[in-house]
Design a protein around this ligand. Structure first.
Ligand SMILES: *Cc1c(COP(=O)(O)O)cnc(C)c1O
Length: 334
């Protein structure tokens, strides 16, 4: 339960989790239980037909001892969108919000000091015990909120990433990219493993039809002294809360925001002088140092950590940590 620098992100769990069941008719009241195995039958819908989705958000203990969550409402809304896309019983807004808050409050002792956090992982699984239900939605489900104490994602220091551009494959599909679900991850895995083995790449940026979308688990931004450029939202990729937060903070800091399609040739031209970064709850804002395209490597700026990336990252971390005023109303009490 205790977090130390050797524990990998997401492999330690706090004592309690909140859990609720959908019984085919309605959501039952949630309860708090010891974190541990779920009683599931091997025939459940989620295991065979992929009816499962999840969320990921963080709570923090500020230096004054207070416990806060970052953009809880957005994560609750996104989980409901994912559930709907996958024909799962949609969690009620209030119940899911209460369950996440409870998982924070009842594990408050397990929240590491800053820059650590208590990562919350709401998960929803279809639990109908029926392997014949291949073409029908599950009518029962379990919703649970796991809590995991996490350290700084970059305990070894912020290291610029190497990202391979892939223009042949898609991470997900045009209609399901918006769902935060395991199926999307596992589809991308083989491609990412290949890029690691061939190029030592950390991630793959999927650019089907020369349209840069996102990596396996993060959105991308291009940054220079004046502008932040990122892809416009549509149903083909995951709408990151961090992406949205970086754009809003960027606007506050005077950057112009461009949300539009980005081609590979534009990206390669941009990074000669500009910066590039990936955004996500776990990694916050992580600089990209090198792009790989058609077996050739291209340095992003000088390959190091750009000053604009660092400035935006610090502004976001400061806001999450209570050191910068929350002018957007993003911070809530557990
Ligand atoms: C969760 C996720 C992100 C990042 O979203 P945040 O809300 O910023 O954490 C980006 N891409 C994918 C595919 C994701 O699953």
């Amino acid at each position: 339960m205790s977090e130390n620098s050797t524990t990998a992100f997401g492999s330690a769990f706090a004592e309690k989790m909140s859990i609720a069941r959908y019984d085919g008719d309605r959501w039952q009241p949630w309860e708090l239980v010891a974190t541990g195995p779920l009683p599931i039958h091997p025939a459940i819908h989620a295991l065979h037909y992929g009816s499962t989705c999840f969320e990921g958000l963080k709570s923090y203990r500020w230096e004054n001892g207070e416990v806060r969550l970052f953009r809880l409402d957005r994560h609750v809304a996104r989980m409901r969108t994912s559930a709907e896309l996958l024909c799962l019983p949609v969690p009620e807004e209030k119940q899911l919000t209460d369950m996440i808050n409870a998982a924070v409050r009842h594990n408050a002792d397990s929240i590491p000091d800053l820059p650590g956090a208590l990562y919350l992982r709401p998960m929803l699984i279809g639990t109908d015990e029926n392997i014949g239900k291949a073409s029908a939605p599950t009518s029962s489900a379990i919703l649970a909120v796991l809590a995991s104490p996490v350290g700084d994602y970059f305990s070894g220091g912020l290291r610029p990433l190497k990202v391979m551009l892939d223009e042949k494959n898609m991470r997900s599909t045009p209609q399901f990219g918006q769902a935060k679900c395991g199926a999307n991850y596992v589809q991308a895995l083989g491609i990412i493993e290949q890029a690691k083995a061939r190029h030592g790449a950390d991630q793959v940026l999927f650019c089907p039809d020369d349209d840069a979308q996102e990596t396996g688990a993060a959105n991308f931004v291009l940054i220079d002294d004046k502008r932040i450029i990122t892809r416009h939202l549509d149903s083909s990729y995951l709408h990151g809360v961090t992406r949205d937060s970086v754009l809003a903070i960027g606007r506050d800091l005077g950057y112009e925001i461009e949300e539009r399609a980005v081609s590979i040739s534009e990206m390669k031209e941009f990074i000669k002088t500009g910066e590039m970064a990936l955004t996500g709850t776990a990694a916050v804002l992580t600089p990209v140092g090198t792009l790989v395209h058609n077996d050739e490597e291209f340095s992003v700026g000088d390959g190091g950590i750009g000053k604009n990336s660092l400035k935006l990252r610090e502004a976001l971390v400061d806001l999450q940590s209570g050191r910068r005023e929350d002018t957007h109303g993003w911070i809530t009490h557990a």
